[in-house]
Every structure is written in C-alpha cells, then in structure tokens.
Design a protein around this ligand. Structure first.
Ligand code: ADP
Ligand code: ZN
Length: 659
C-alpha cells in the first residue's frame, strides 16, 4: 500500500481505543495499510477522502471511529439491497446498528428512529435520497452524530460511470454539521473523479488517503472470443470447479441463456438482471451470498457493494463500457486475498456493438464523447501487449512495476506483435473502394469476405468480385482478419457507423493509407494462453476449491467439517455463512487447532462476541475430529469424504504442461 502514514502521533488514548476495538469487536490482529492512519485522523475529528480498492478494508475506516467517538456514525450508502446484510453482520459482532431506507414500513422506521434518538445506535445506514427530506435532517439534528461516512463517494461525480444525483445534496452535511468529521470512501477513482469528490462534497480541508489499487491475488486474463459459452465452461471446469463466481453479460437474454447453458452442463448457476421481478432477484442474490460455490450470471445490475469475500472468479462474456466498471466488477473477486481470476472473452463484435451503442444511445454530444473516451481506454487495455495490471494501475494514476506483475496473461505469456501496416492498408483500401467506386458501406463480414476472395451470395449479388481488392488478403485467415479489423477499430483507425455497424474511415485512417505511419498489431494467439499457477509459481493447476488451497491435505476434512457446521448455523439464523466466520478464519482455526476458548480467541476474525456465541460450537466440532498428526487423523474419522478432485502430489503438472 502506498504511504501517507507515519505523520504525527495520535493521542495515546484514541490509539489504544481504536486498536482495542479492532481486537475486541472485530477479532483482528492489526490494521491493514492505510486503515490506522485514516482512523487516527477521523477519530481526532478530521475529514478524510479515502481511495481504497474493493476489499481493501474501507468499512473499518468509519466503523471504528463510529465506535470510538461518542454518538452515532451515520453511513450514507446507495446500496439499499445490502443494508440488511451489513447491519446483520455488524450485529453478529455485537455492534448496535440499524438502517433507514424505503424497504422499512412506518413502524419499523419509528423503532430505528427512537433507537437513534435514545443514543442506542453505534451505526445508522441511510440511503442518500433520505437526506433530501427535511424530516431526515431534523431527525439527525435531534440526535448525536459521531461521524458521517459517505460510501461509494464516486457516485457524486458526473464524469464518472455511476452518477447519482442524490449525492449532489450531500454537501449539506458539512454545512449543517461543521463539527462532525466526514469521511468519503470509494474504490473507483481516477484523478479527475477524486478531485470532483473533494469539490462537490465540499471537503477542502480533508486529508487524502490513497491506497494502492493493486490486488496482486487477482489474475487478469483477456482471451480472444470464439465460442464464448464453451470457452467459459472450459475455464470453469478446468480452473474453478466448485467455486463461487460471477459471470457478466451485456444483455438479459444472454444472461438467461448462459445461466441455462451452465446449469445444463452441471454447473449450478442462477440469472440476475433488472428484468426479473424483485423477489427472484433478491432470492438469487441471497443464495449467492449464503451458499458455497454458486455461480451468478448477471448484467451489471448485480454486484455493487456485494461483500462476499470468497468470490473466486469474475468472468466477462462481453466488453465492459469503461475501465472503472471493469475494475469494479473484477474487484468483486478475491476480497479475502486468496488467488482469484478475472477472465474476459473479447472479440470484434464487442467493439462494433459498443461503438454502435454509443452512437445510437441517448445523451448529448459531450456525453457521447465521454462514453467514447471511456471505451477507448477499455479497448486499449484489451489490446495491450504490456502488463494488464500495469495499464490498470496507470489508469488510476498509480505507478506500476515496470518489470510487469507476473500474474496477468501478457506477463505469463508475452504476446507477439507483427507489422500490420500492409494488412491495415488492405482493409482501409477496401472500405475506400466500396465507398468511392460504388457509393456503398458494408460491415466487417463483407469486407473480410472480399479480402479473402470468397464468392459468397452477397459478394456475387453486389459484384464485389469485380473489385480490384478482391482476393488480395489470402495470406491471412479469417480469424486473423477479424483481429486486424478489431484492432483498427480499437486504435481509432477505422470507425463504425449506423445501425448495421458499417465500417467507415476516420481522420487518422489517411495517414495509414499514405504510408505515413506504421501499424503494429497484436498477434492472435493460436489457443488461449496460460492457466493459473504459472511455471514461475510452481503451484500447479488447482482443480479443487481455492479456499482450501493452502491447507495441508490432512487438514481438509476438518476444514470441510467446520464449513458444514457453519452452513448449519447460517441456515438456522438466516444469514450468509461469512457472517458467522470467513473462510480465512476457519482455515486459521484448523491450522492452529486451538485447545481452549481462550486460544480460539486469538485467531484472526474471532472477536469477543463471536467467541461467546460460537466458541463452544467450534471446539465441539474440533474435538469430534482427530487432531492432525494423531494416528487416525483422516477423512474417515470425521465422516467427511475427501475431495476426489485433489490431484495426487506426484500428478501435479509440471512447468512443461503450461506451454
Ligand atoms: P471494502 O469495503 O474496502 O471493499 P471491506 O471493508 O468489506 O472492504 O473489507 C474487506 C474484508 O477484509 C472484510 O472481510 C473485512 O472483514 C476484512 N478486513 C478489513 N480490515 C481488516 C484487518 N485489519 N484485518 C483483517 N481483516 C480485515
Ligand atoms: Zn502483468
């Protein structure tokens, strides 16, 4: 994490209080990255703007000040659907939390309001539209507020990708409560958005904390799209069998079809999109949060604020509209820090489709220009021959490792480039000839058929075999030509027009036709490269559940037994499993095999309340198993079958298998 820390000392009292709260309530050993500096600053009454990636630990940055300072911490969040779960998770820790949003009826709301006024809440979650109401502002002014937290603060940015007008009214907080510290948090901020947040929320005196946006545990991969559903299936079977994950598609229809396809092929998957009724959506989201290993196939309507730590992959079957969106969506995987994959299939049609969407979409010229700029950055990421992570970090204004990250496809298998100048000229000349000689415009398929000299029905119908460019491109295969056209579109050397996506020249095309510039292109890989666990890490392919990957084999049955126990608890209480304990906590429990309640209390993630609630239960489960190293310490003793999928150690693929 980047450093703003180490400035000034905090008052002895609050430091120990903050740290004591971390230990006692949350059961965590130490602060991470910028957390301590942020908390110290806010506890002392300062304003803060916090940029931290998804999973970086933003919640503690306001939850601990809310617990340490007198009064109630008010959290503004647009994620109404998640408030219940957030509040449940806090209550499971013994924190007095409540929320007010449109899902509460009058009586329920009155109860929460009364608790707030009586000073009985540590944290109160509010939807931003509430703060437009005088009634809400009156309510707040009659209670005592310790801190205002503005979550998903990038929603205030009109330039960003997720603007919410209600956020513009939040500057009222600083005006009405000048003495209450405010903390604005987001996981998505370029320099411009960062500035806009500071300005629109009027936080000129805020201190800024910018964490590293790197999530080294996420492996970024973008593969050429051929048959996306089949490619997805192979990816899931080979690398993420039994794992929870999210598959993003652009349209509702393809969401439905993909979910059906996966289910038909033995992978449990449910759809999620805005066309489903609210009840179905809520049920599918709840299943995703509560069950192990479910796949959700969704439009981008799904996932904002999803706090499921063990999402092992995020797959994109269609191109996202912006890097902000892509980064936010992929950031939903691997929040527990364990290895995860961000996988995307990307092809020519994605580029055409997105360009068409922008042209035919609503909005004025400025809006279109902005959308096009967002898309261009996204395309540059897809086409880069350099480290993907490096591009992402640079986009967010951070300094990547010039040597590459070692955990993205381009680092694992360096893509080849070739001089595509002549190929580019052939494509552009064909477009020019059609237009000049015939007054016609056509899409990519026809252009490529002409280059390949194919006498298709449409080629004959339009006499295109009479063009001088007919058949001048036989040196490349069809897929390679698609790659050329795609890259020309991505580089702005060719453009898409109209509802049929016909190809037209851009201002920059001329320089290619006049041989004033070269066009280096990325070679289309023959087969999708790299599997996880490259030869450099030497870990080999993971076929079984990732969460167990670092456990010794003899501990797996105990881990599975604790998961089964946890699932039962979660079902009984109607909360997600991770509200009971995270996988990381269960892993540590079986590794350390605590013999007493006191010892269990030293495991990360086991705070005071959870120790009291579940301590005995965990110890009972452990005592029913044989401790590692003892004679019968095996699957049989626990009654849990070992996972068949685990490769025998001597079966693990070696480096040669990856090439
Ligand atoms: P964000 O809101 O930034 O996406 P969260 O606040 O949800 O991230 O934190 C991500 C995960 O990391 C959560 O499961 C949280 O409990 C855990 N976590 C946060 N801070 C710590 C810490 N200091 N020690 C251990 N785990 C932590
Ligand atoms: Zn890399």
């Amino acid at each position: 994490m980047g450093g703003t820390g180490g400035i000034g000392g905090m008052t002895g009292v609050s430091e120990s209080e903050a740290l004591a709260t971390l230990h006692r309530v949350f059961g965590y050993e130490a602060f991470r990255g910028e957390q301590e500096a942020v908390i110290e600053h806010v506890v002392a009454g300062g304003d803060a703007v916090v940029l931290m990636p998804t999973g970086g630990g933003k919640s503690l940055c306001y939850q601990i000040p809310a617990l340490v300072r007198p009064g109630t911490g008010v959290v503004v969040s647009p994620l109404i659907a998640l408030m219940q779960d957030q509040v449940d998770a806090l209550r499971a820790l013994g924190v007095r939390a409540g929320f007010i949003n449109s899902t509460l009826d009058f009586d329920e709301r009155r109860v929460v309001e009364a608790e707030f006024l009586a000073g009985e809440l540590d944290l109160l979650y509010l939807a931003p539209e509430r703060l437009r109401l005088d009634a809400t502002l009156d309510l707040l002014s009659r209670g005592k507020i310790s801190v205002f937290a503005i979550d998903e603060a990038h929603c205030v940015s009109q330039w960003g990708h997720d603007f919410r007008p209600d956020y513009l009214t939040l500057s009222v907080l600083g005006e009405r409560w000048p003495d209450v510290p405010r903390i604005a948090l987001t996981a998505t901020a370029t320099r411009a958005t960062h500035q806009e947040i500071t300005q629109r929320l009027t936080m000129p005196a805020a201190r800024h904390f910018v964490a590293s946006f790197d999530s080294p545990n996420i492996q970024y991969r973008i593969v050429p799209k051929a048959d996306p559903r089949k490619q997805l299936l192979a990816f899931l079977r080979e690398e993420h069998a039994g794992d929870a994950g999210i598959v993003y598609c652009l349209s509702r229809n393809s969401v439905e079809k993909t979910a059906e396809f996966l289910t038909a092929n033995g992978i449990e998957a449910v759809p999620y999109h805005a066309g489903l009724d609210a009840g179905t959506r809520a049920a599918h989201q709840a299943r995703f949060l509560r069950e192990d290993g479910l796949v959700v196939v969704a439009t981008i309507a799904f996932g904002m604020g999803i706090d499921k730590p063990d999402v092992r992959f995020v797959a994109h079957l269609d191109l996202p509209k912006s890097i902000e969106g892509y980064y936010q969506e992929t950031g939903r995987s691997g929040r527990d820090g364990l290895p995860s994959t961000a996988w995307m299939a990307y092809g020519l049609n994605d580029v055409i489709q997105q360009r068409k969407l922008i042209q035919s979409g609503e909005g004025d010229e400025a809006f279109r220009r902005r959308a096009a700029a967002h898309l261009d950055s996204m395309l540059a990421l897809c086409e880069t021959v350099q480290c993907r992570r490096g591009q992402l970090l640079a986009y967010f204004g951070q300094d990547p490792d010039p040597a590459g990250c070692g955990n993205c496809d381009t680092c694992l298998t360096a893509p080849e480039t070739w001089d595509g100048t002549i190929a580019a000229q052939k494509v552009l000349s064909t477009v020019v000839r059609l237009q000049r000689e015939r007054g016609q415009k056509f899409g990519a398929v026809q252009i490529i058929d002409i280059l390949l000299g194919k006498r298709t029905g449409k080629v004959i119908q339009f006499d295109h075999d009479q063009l001088s460019v007919f058949g001048i491109g036989e040196e490349l295969a069809e897929g390679e030509w698609r790659g050329v056209v795609r890259q020309l579109l991505a580089q702005g050397l060719l453009a898409v027009e109209g509802e049929y996506g016909t190809l037209v020249l851009t201002e920059a095309s001329g320089s290619v036709l006049r041989r004033e510039r070269e066009v280096p292109l990325r070679k289309e890989p023959k087969k999708p490269a790299v599997a996880r666990g490259s030869s450099s890490s030497g870990k080999g392919e993971r076929k079984a559940k990732a969460v167990a990957v670092e456990l010794e084999e003899e501990l797996l049955p105990a881990f599975e037994a604790l998961r089964a126990w946890r699932a039962e608890q979660a079902r009984e209480q109607g909360v997600p499993a991770y509200v009971i304990f995270h996988d990381a906590t269960l892993r540590e429990i079986v590794s350390r095999w605590p013999g007493s309640v006191a010892e269990l209390g030293t495991v990360s993630g086991v705070g005071e309340k959870k120790l009291a609630t579940y301590g005995d239960g965990v110890l009972v489960v452990l005592s029913s198993l044989s401790a590692p190293g003892t004679a019968a310490g095996s699957a049989q003793a626990s009654g849990v079958a070992p996972d068949d999928d685990w490769p025998e150690p001597d079966e693990e693929p070696g480096p040669d298998d990856w090439t």
